[in-house]
Ligand binder design. Sequence first.
Ligand SMILES: *Cc1c(COP(=O)(O)O)cnc(C)c1O
Length: 223
Amino acid sequence: MKAIKPKFEEMAHTLNQINSGIEIVAVTKQVDVDRTQEAVNAGIRHLGENRPEGLKLKHAEISGEVIWHYIGTLQSRKVKEVIGLVDYLHSLDRMSLAKEIQKRADKPVKCFVQVNVSGEDSKSGFSPEQVPAFIESLKEFDKVQVVGLMTMAPNTQDEAQLRTTFKGLKELQEQIAAEKWQHAPCTELSMGMSNDYLIAAEEGATFVRVGTALVGSESEAER
Ligand SMILES: *Cc1c(COP(=O)(O)O)cnc(C)c1O
């Protein structure tokens, strides 16, 4: 597999030219501990995992100043195992999960509310119409801090469709931020993956979640 450091530096440079302050979350769900450590040694600070097992393993084994992101669907019964290890949860996609976090967390968890902007059946998350009422209803949840919104764009090369999705999320984020709810500053946008992170950045992403294009994947290593 290709060295991570030059790739990361090039990516950071490109993103910085679009907008300063975009954070790159390296999604390490498809690579092992050694490759993950290489990412941290290359200067990457934000790591993303989408399974409790992967998060626990990497959290125990990786050395360095890491900010941990949980990016996948989180089953309620797994919350107690991982919530203390997570700095950012990108996948707050239902009320029952918020309730479980409220019950299990010792300190406020920075959460992104996941929005299904494109409306695909296969995607989890709230429909855009549901988001304001859901976030407002989290007022009493002092362990859930809504830092922003997250979406996954359709798996397509159709740039217009990608832009429409990202613009939709940004519009909603601005609408929520304008409410100035104390529990929901909602200033951040988690959007963009290997296929579409540059477009997401151009549309206002503040966190991009990049796996394959940055750290590779195990299946790629076998080829
Ligand atoms: C796997 C995953 C990513 C990264 O995907 P790549 O295409 O490998 O960059 C980003 N976000 C979520 C929610 C994921 O599950």
